[in-house]
Design a protein around this ligand. Sequence first.
Ligand SMILES: [Zn+2]
Length: 700
Amino acid sequence: MKQKALNYLRAALNNSQAEFKADQWKCIDGILNRKKQLVIQATGWGKSMVYFLATKLLREQGNGPTIIVSPLLALIENQKEAAKRLNIIIKSITSNDSEEDIIETFELLKNNQLDILMLTPERFSKDDFVKNVLLPVSSSISLFVVDEAHCISDWGHDFRPDYRRIARILTYLPKNVAILGMTATANKRVMADIKNQLGEELEITRGSLVRKGLVLQNIIKPVISERLAWLAQYIPQLKGSGIVYCLTIRDIHLVTNWLNENNISAKPYYGSLSPEEKDQNQQLLLDNQIKVLVATTSLGMGYDKPDIGFVIHYQCPKSIIDYYQQVGRAGRGISNSYGILMNGEEDSSINDFFINQAFPSAEIVNDIIQALLTYDALSIYELLTKINYSKSKIDAAIKYLLAEANSPIYFYNKKYRATSYASTYSLDAEKIKNITLKRKIEQQQIREYLTNKDCLMKYLQSALDDENPQNCGICVNCNKNNQLNAEVDSYLVQKANDYLHGGSINIEPRKKWPIKYIFEHYNIQGNKIPPQLQLKPGKALSLWNDGGFGKLVRECKYEKNYFTDLLVEESVKLIKNDAKWPKDEPIEWVTCVPSLNHPELVPSFAQRVANKLNLPFIPCIRKIHNKMQQKTRKNGYLQVQNLDGVFEIDYRLLKSGACLLIDDMIDSKWTVTIIGYLLLQNSVKAVYPYALALNSQKEE
Ligand SMILES: [Zn+2]
């Protein structure tokens, strides 16, 4: 059988000399003997070849199809080629597929005409799928593959609630089904958890974690401008193309633009980028058409470019596992590559945020359940009106609850409802507390790695429970000759500083209200804001509390209660000269958003800006109610509702020409959108919003 498998391997790779990689045959043999296995091997080991060959041999023996559960369904080109050469028929079901496509795929499966069906774990949340598709064929399934199996473990770094459904799915499958869990990283704790869910008889095969040829180095530069300077100075000296990882989308844009300004071709990559742009930018890196892809962790699982010359972390990831997975993308097919870890003063607070977001709080869970018990059935939009949380938090909590074994809620007919478990349900607070604590320890561990003086690869191996950690001989602590210079030219630091302070921030106008029929006091109807009543594109001087002016804005607002003349001057410069802020109507007057709590702060600033612009300052907007502070309202619906009827315009003062609408800080943009609407309704020609700082948009 081994010879036969080898022949197929050679055919699949179109290489008559090809041999199995370590443990590949052992793994295939295990499948043929219907074993349950967990395979921990670095990316690039050739896992697709294992399930392709195993499926081929099983099907030849007259067995049923293979099911692969994976968060990423796209096969890369060489996998498609291999499947074709083996005559394996693979289909996947994605959320983009049409109803007809899906039915066709199901028919193929039921008629035993499909060799491999690939699914995302979310598919198991569809009751119809389990009942109508999986159950009728379940007795014939011969191999069940769980890709990225570490996602099963809520102790893991990448837990996905939908993976928890897999354990229940397994109970529908025949006892002798072969199970193959695969992951590139799993420490002992995660392995134990996977065993717990996939079966105690799971046999574990693990390869060494050492990445040969990867030179690890840490460069400690907490100050943003120095880190940017280093990137601009040293990336051109690195061979080939590579990845720069950042923690947030805002940093992605900051770094991408900076690199391009320094003639280093770079493109962004993050989860919410459009699928077309994601594909395009990944492809540009694959084809070595760009030097750098600047990415968040969403460029992770499944990305398989063999000749990545360097992986640089602009900010420190939240754990060693994250770091190892990401840096491991470097240099798989080349003899020499770099893995550079940098850190920033901002990392910890960002990572704390992610850690605290990982599980829903007891409060939100309780509020959701109470709302459903009270109102019987609520759509997501109705829920938003009942409880004060951001939509993203509510979405995440619902996803978590739906995947619970005895879920307190269910979804039916476009509405959420409470189940009979709702009144007794409680989160496993103890477990969540322990996991959160563990995340903090992991965070501490990567801080230790940053300043570790011994072999860096060995440190990673030990931290990940590798049984045989050894000095790598090539990291900068093993061999000083491999060290990249960490010094930066002072002119580049200055340039980076100018860049951080000079880049203005766009304020994109909102085009619709969060929901129809939201206003009781204002005469505003419908969901869409008519174009003539929308704001014009606006600008902010900085990002709130950021390395540029954002910090100064914060100090002025909360400590001095006065915006300094420097901020006036910089604002005037931006308003007058920013070439990236074209105004099709000339600004004729200036007004500002009023506040009852700080009645002088913004008007004094706006007045001084108007003086310097030689324009009249007309405080024509009054705040007539003090409702709750806008920043305490967590979703768009509640934010807009909180502004309904709050502002009044003194129409006698209005001028018809275009105006500049100034606020100190803009967050959700609803305040300026509503004031703009009221002004424009009363024949003001155009309204340009301007703010000292834009807070990161928590929700759209
Ligand atoms: Zn070393």
